[in-house]
Design a binder for this molecule. Structure first.
Ligand SMILES: CC(C)(COP(=O)(O)OP(=O)(O)OC[C@H]1O[C@@H](n2cnc3c(N)ncnc32)[C@H](O)[C@@H]1OP(=O)(O)O)[C@@H](O)C(=O)NCCC(=O)NCCS
Length: 161
């Protein structure tokens, strides 16, 4: 019997998590384009995050290709880590990839000595707010007109163990 490989399906258990490399940047830009109409990470932003910034950039590979990524920054003088960008390719959503990638980023921040993770999310982004709330994030503030289209941001925080 012939077994077809589904080119899209890739659940959380089979997605391989690893640090991003500069050679991933074209794939990460493609995910970015699919996921965000405004406020996108640029090639330069990715290069800086991967090669120079203090922090961690993780990729979830599905069948050898990046299907999701997350960027966390660490900052001198504070034990707060900041999740600055996070996205799952639309073809790979709803399978737990984001939940697993977020947990791995939190583990990396905790291992670095951070006491909490913070992030901003668009007030109208129900999927992301659902993800973060289910993972234990709580809203502690808002930034009005934070995004390019003037949408407000919710500021979320989760204590890390
Ligand atoms: C938000 C996003 C990362 C979720 O990725 P995903 O891989 O589909 O999420 P998961 O399958 O891991 O879901 C984990 C949990 O998140 C929540 N969630 C995911 N999609 C949701 C949706 N559409 N509505 C409400 N909650 C949702 C649920 O609690 C879900 O758990 P459940 O399946 O047990 O109910 C994805 O939709 C995405 O990349 N969106 C565009 C980019 C973006 O908004 N990034 C965040 C910027 S702050």
């Amino acid at each position: 019997m012939r077994h077809e490989i589904d080119p899209v399906h890739c659940d959380a258990a089979s997605a391989g998590l690893r640090p991003a490399e500069a050679s991933d940047i074209p794939a990460l830009l493609a995910i970015e384009e699919q996921c965000f109409p405004t406020d996108r990470m640029t090639r330069r932003n990715f290069r800086y995050a991967i090669l120079q910034a203090k922090g961690v950039v993780l990729v979830a590979d599905c069948q050898g290709c990046p299907a999701a990524y997350g960027v966390v920054g660490f900052h001198a003088g504070t034990r707060l880590a900041r999740l600055t960008s996070f996205a799952v390719d639309p073809a790979h959503r709803g399978q737990g990839v984001a939940r697993r990638l977020l947990a791995a980023l939190e583990d990396a921040a905790a291992a670095h000595g951070c006491r909490a993770m913070r992030l901003e999310v668009r007030q109208d982004n129900a999927a992301a707010i659902g993800l973060y709330t289910a993972a234990g994030y709580r809203c502690f503030d808002t930034y009005p007109a934070y995004y390019e289209d003037d949408m407000a941001a919710l500021r979320l925080e989760k204590p890390l163990p």
